[in-house]
Design a protein around this ligand. Structure first.
Ligand code: TXA
Ligand code: MG
Length: 330
């Protein structure tokens, strides 16, 4: 068992000594190391089983530290920082030459954010520098939103877990690339496209043409081990009834519970913020439940559900190659 503590001073000491500490943020738990300590950051990659060319977000205590890591910082970065930091927005900027390659995956950019969690803000203030931290899960798996998830994911591999309770947002931060001519959304999150466009006063691009790589945007990511299939409304219940005849299935809905004999039906909240907060914890529980299949009700296509729809598609994408499930039957 790793150590679990609420003692910020102790966490600072472990990080300063090159340790790896799981930290709470408002989005998900991170696996943090001193971003200037190449060996410590290397341990983060080893613990996660993360390929070396996948860059990490550097967590800082405030926008004043942007210039410790980035150069040619556009005014828009500060505008967004004033409005959304501390908060679930990561900015991709041009890196300074002394940012370790291990952090940026050798790219000429660096991702930065100020997380909105009181313990971690205090930690960053006392630590002074930046903390490189990916989500505190094994590569490709669900991000942890509670300290006990970190224990389950990483067991003894991490030096310390700073216990900040359950995460308020529950999905990873919005990532915005500010290194091109137009701002580019790399990963949807709780800071919506509409909110970004409103603050910037111009459109934000999304889709495949950014010049930077954001491997968290791999199609199969954020996935439970149990096969997961996304289906809309009527098809969901038809398929659930059919599958339940021969398999142990769980159904995850948000639009109200129908009960189904021989299936476990879980209803998540119908407001997207509440749904997001509970999604990963619920998928984790279902994943541990020994089901053959998790059927998930597709969420609305509106902007406020965008980040959730994105994560559900990735959770389902890992299982497309499996035979015998509805996607293959068309
Ligand atoms: O909410 C979050 O962002 C959480 C908490 C812990 O802050 N962190 C998180 O980290 O989700 P991670 O490593 O699981 O996902 C970070 C994403 C990856 O998709 C990575 O490729 C992308 O950020 N990223 C990091 N540096 C980048 C860069 N220089 N350019 C483009 N994408 C970058
Ligand atoms: Mg991650």
């Amino acid at each position: 068992m790793p150590e679990i503590s609420r003692d910020v001073a102790y966490a600072v000491a472990r990080l300063a000594a090159g340790g790896v500490v799981a930290i709470p943020t408002e989005t998900v738990y991170g696996l943090a190391a001193d971003a200037r300590n190449v060996e410590a950051v290397g341990r983060v990659f080893a613990i996660k089983g993360r390929p070396a060319d996948h860059p990490l977000i550097v967590h800082i205590g405030g926008a004043a530290q942007l210039s410790d890591w980035a150069k040619d910082i556009p005014a828009e970065a500060y505008t967004l920082a004033r409005r959304f930091w501390p908060g679930p927005l990561t900015l991709v900027l041009k890196r300074l030459p002394d940012v370790p390659d291990v952090v940026t995956g050798g790219q000429d950019t660096v991702a930065l954010r100020v997380p909105a969690h009181p313990l971690t803000l205090e930690l960053l203030r006392r630590f002074g520098g930046g903390l490189a931290a990916p989500s505190a899960n094994r590569f490709g798996r669900l991000s942890p939103t509670r300290p006990e998830h970190v224990v389950a994911e990483l067991d003894g591999a991490v030096d310390l877990i700073l216990d900040g309770g359950p995460c308020r947002v529950g999905l990873e931060s919005t990532i915005l690339d500010l290194t091109g001519d137009e701002p580019h959304l790399l990963r949807p999150g709780a800071v919506s496209l509409a909110a970004l466009e409103a603050v910037l006063g111009r459109p934000v691009a999304r889709g495949g043409k950014s010049r930077v790589r954001a491997p968290g945007s791999l199609p199969a990511h954020y996935a439970p081990a149990t096969p997961l299939v996304l289906l809309a409304g009527d098809r969901l219940w038809q398929e659930a009834a059919r599958q339940a005849a021969t398999a142990r299935i769980a159904v995850l809905t948000h639009s109200g519970a129908e009960s189904l004999p021989r299936a476990t039906v879980v209803t998540l909240p119908s407001r997207p913020e509440d749904y997001a907060r509970e999604l990963y914890a619920t998928l984790r529980e279902l994943d541990a439940g020994g089901f053959d299949l998790i059927l998930v009700e597709a969420v609305p296509e509106s902007e406020e559900w965008l980040a959730i729809a994105d994560r559900l598609q990735r959770a389902a994408a890992g299982h497309r190659e499996l035979g015998g499930f509805p996607q293959q039957r068309g």
